[in-house]
Design a protein around this ligand. Structure first.
Ligand code: MGD
Ligand code: MGD
Ligand code: SF4
Ligand code: MO
Length: 694
């Protein structure tokens, strides 16, 4: 018998709606959930490799307890009972001596984090942290300082846009299926695309204008653009008069930053910048300037991102078809939202170990900051941190300087990893709890914000092949054994769903037909005459007094980036459509598509160093070095070299990928202690390497 199950892909953090054909209990086909108009049947390569992940034998197949030294890879397979008992027996004394706050949990964030947050809270810890210090934290904090709203409070209507501007937003490779489809529709509908990146990615090939900007100088380019737009009155006067505070001060600040000045910094000719601004003036307000992520990993990313947020406001592209819009939630459709699981547990009023909201008053408490939490583990300040749960997060790949992380994590009394793979971090843990793959598990319901808000359900499509459990089972059981069962009165996932749906008038069965429930048939747009922003004034703040009072100036003068030391290159990194970070290099199908990264290097630099295309080269930073093949191409800026992120695993049981390619993060030595002082995002792109022929 064949049946169709609607669920949510888990091969990357985008979590696309999927439909899975199941024949006699075996999943036989996966595709996009066609009930979702934006998906159609499309999936990306990673989603298409989901069955291969499930069947892969080189993954943890049962709970594992460490036997040898941390990281030695000697494991003992145990029952779930024994694994839970072990964790409880280690946690109880830690809690007794240091309190619940000595436990940190980090994960990949997202719509299913509610239960993990509830679990941690029930133990009395405020220290929930997600991955974002290496992802979009600067963009997020910049957005808060301009709009009083976060980066996820805005979404993009590519399809109806007249001009899509992408600062290192490699939308066709670092992809979200629905987004890339909407982007391609926008191009078909005639949108111009300006793509700015020191590296000509696949997205550059889709652009009507490509600028090979000097790495790390986007802020200068943006200042030149802002100067031209404000100086020539290319902005939306009505929108600005109504919603924007501080234009006069902004204009004064911009005075020295002419396009000619910008050209000297970033290498894009002034005439080109001016021509681009004239186009923006023609195309506004149906313009999207995507704040991206790659501007998020430099020391001035907060300010570069702020400038992008400001430009969108000046062009009037907010809550505008063809521009940016607010993703609407259940309330906007006049409906109640899902009940929160974290709200079942009493509030925890402890100071955070990572200093968010205290030492760093401007940083959001919600997502935390892993690098300052690591500092707390290392120093015992502001208080001792003794246990670490790492769930669907792989800091040894995702955070810089793996060696330094190992040193710090080794100070902990307990490390528990919940993963589907032998992640590099899990390999160093004391306990690995293998989660069932997304095809094999249910998850808590999620809210889907957008023009048509709704709720979505991930459901089990096939029984686990191994001795694994779903996340909700793991945390409920742990809570129970730690004496916190009273907060989680659930016996099954259906119980949890029913609780979440309590105020909505919906039942579990409402998700059967499509896998999701929409709360509005029509796209919801706010009245553009009645917009409210999250700042104290309710306006868009070009100069934000609240942030200034927290020690974060709104308009500091520009400072040029450090040039690479003689003989060195700035190390840039990015992704491919075939992998998500470091998690699929060992997937049997995906490793076949791409099994190794190469070092992109400009022909002029390569000639100087006697390097030919395909030669093996030694990449080095301090005492860290490794070998890969060179890809000699003028698609990379001469000051930089580039490699795909996520390769070079040192976990030997991942036999297909072990020892293949290089890991970029090991060359980022010292970067755990270097972050954008305003926004807190780590300066991953401020590392330099030397390159020599092997
Ligand atoms: N040097 C460098 N560092 C970077 C980046 C870079 O490009 N270069 N990129 C940065 C960015 S943008 C981000 S978002 C972060 C991402 O960093 P992470 O959040 O760590 O990366 P993910 O690929 O999402 O995978 C995290 C872990 O989840 C596991 N996993 C996958 N599926 C499941 C599941 O169903 N259940 C469970 N329990 N675990 C699962 C994977 O095996 C993996 O170990 O890295 C950042 N760090
Ligand atoms: N297939 C796939 N899709 C993904 C992911 C994945 O791992 N795999 N990860 C998801 C996640 S978590 C994220 S955050 C996004 C990331 O999405 P993106 O940020 O779009 O992706 P990246 O490939 O990390 O980086 C994009 C580009 O930034 C460029 N860049 C480097 N320095 C500069 C600079 O100074 N200025 C400018 N303008 N550009 C610069 C790099 O050369 C690179 O080509 O992708 C998401 N989608
Ligand atoms: S982008 Fe690909 S891997 Fe990620 S959720 Fe969507 S289909 Fe799955
Ligand atoms: Mo990310």
């Amino acid at each position: 018998m064949t049946e169709t199950k609607y669920s949510i892909c888990g091969m990357c953090a985008v979590r696309c709606p999927v439909s899975v054909q199941v024949q006699d209990g075996r999943p036989v086909w996966i595709e996009g959930n066609t009930h979702d108009g934006g998906m159609g049947r499309s999936l990306c390569a990673k989603g298409g490799a989901a069955f291969a992940q499930r069947e892969d034998r080189q993954r943890p197949a049962a709970p594992l307890l460490r036997r040898g030294q941390r990281g030695a890879g000697e494991w003992r397979e145990v029952s779930w009972d024994e694994a839970f008992d072990y964790i409880v027996s280690r946690l109880q004394p830690i809690i007794a001596e240091h309190g619940g706050r000595s436990i940190v949990l980090s994960d990949r964030g997202g719509p299913f984090a509610d239960l993990r947050q509830a679990f941690l809270k029930s133990l009395g810890s405020p220290n929930y942290i997600n991955h974002d210090c290496t992802c979009g934290r600067n963009v997020h904090h910049a957005s808060k300082s301009v709009y009083g709203m976060g980066r996820k409070d805005f979404a993009y209507d590519y399809e109806n846009s007249r001009h899509i501007v992408l600062f290192g937003r490699n939308i066709t490779e670092s992809l979200k299926v629905k987004e890339v489809k909407s982007f391609l529709k926008g191009i078909k509908n005639g949108a111009r695309v300006t793509y700015i990146d020191p590296r000509a990615s696949v997205t550059a090939g889709k652009a009507s204008r490509y600028w090979q900007v000097r790495p790390g100088t986007d802020y200068a380019l943006l200042l030149g653009i802002a100067h031209c737009i404000v100086g020539n009155g290319y902005y939306d006067r009505e929108f600005v008069a109504r919603y924007v505070n501080g234009l006069a001060e902004f204009k004064n600040f911009l005075a020295p930053y002419t396009p000619e000045w910008a050209a000297g910094e970033c290498g894009i000719a002034a005439a080109e910048i001016e021509a681009f601004c004239r186009e923006l003036n023609e195309d506004r307000p149906k313009v999207i300037i995507h704040p991206g992520w790659m501007l998020s990993r430099y020391r001035d990313s907060f300010y570069a991102s702020r400038m992008i947020h400001i430009l969108n406001a000046l062009l009037g592209s907010i809550e505008q078809p063809g521009g940016l819009f607010y993703p609407k939630g259940p309330k906007d459709a006049g409906k109640s939202g899902l009940r929160s699981l974290a709200s079942l547990v009493p509030a925890v009023n402890e100071e955070r170990a990572d200093g968010c909201g205290s030492r760093y008053p401007q940083w959001d408490k919600g997502a935390g900051m892993l690098q300052t939490a690591l500092e707390a583990i290392d120093t015992g300040l502001p208080y001792p941190v003794k246990a670490y749960f790492v769930h669907r997060h792989n800091p040894f790949i995702a955070m810089p300087d793996t060696r330094e992380q190992r040193r710090i994590l080794d100070r902990l009394d307990l490390i528990v990893a919940v993963d589907v793979n032998f992640s590099e971090t899990a390999w160093f843990a004391d306990v690995i709890l293998p989660e069932s793959t997304f095809l094999e598990r249910d998850s808590i319901l999620r809210t889907e914000k957008g023009l048509k808000p709704g709720f979505g359900r991930r459901q089990q499509c096939a029984k686990p092949l191994n001795n694994t459990k779903a996340g909700w089972e793991i945390y409920l059981e742990l809570a129970k054994r730690l004496g916190k069962g009273e907060y989680f009165p659930f016996k099954s996932i259906e119980d949890i769903w029913l609780y979440q749906l309590q105020d909505t008038g919906l039942t579990n069965a409402d998700f059967d037909a499509k896998g999701f429930v929409k709360l509005s048939d029509k796209a919801i747009w706010y009245d553009r005459d009645q917009l409210k922003f999250g700042t104290e004034s309710g306006k868009i703040e070009l100069v934000n007094p609240k942030w200034e009072a927290m020690g974060v100036p709104s308009l500091p003068p520009y400072a040029a980036p450090a040039a690479p030391p003689p003989g060195s290159f700035r190390l840039l990194f990015g992704r491919t459509g075939y992998q998500a970070h470091g998690q699929h290099q060992n997937n049997p199908i995906l490793c076949d598509l791409l099994d190794v990264n190469r070092l992109w290097i400009h022909p002029v630099a390569a000639n100087r160093l006697g390097i030919k295309d395909g030669d093996l080269v030694i990449v080095a930073n301090g005492d860290q070095q490794g070998k890969i093949a060179a890809y000699v191409t003028d698609r990379i800026h001469p000051e930089a070299v580039f490699m795909l992120h996520g390769f070079g695993t040192d976990v030997p049981v991942k036999k297909r990928s072990f020892g293949k390619g290089l890991a970029d993060q090991v060359f980022m030595q010292g970067k755990l202690k270097e972050w954008d002082q305003a926004g807190g995002g780590l300066n991953l792109a401020e590392s330099f390497v030397t390159v020599t022929r092997a």
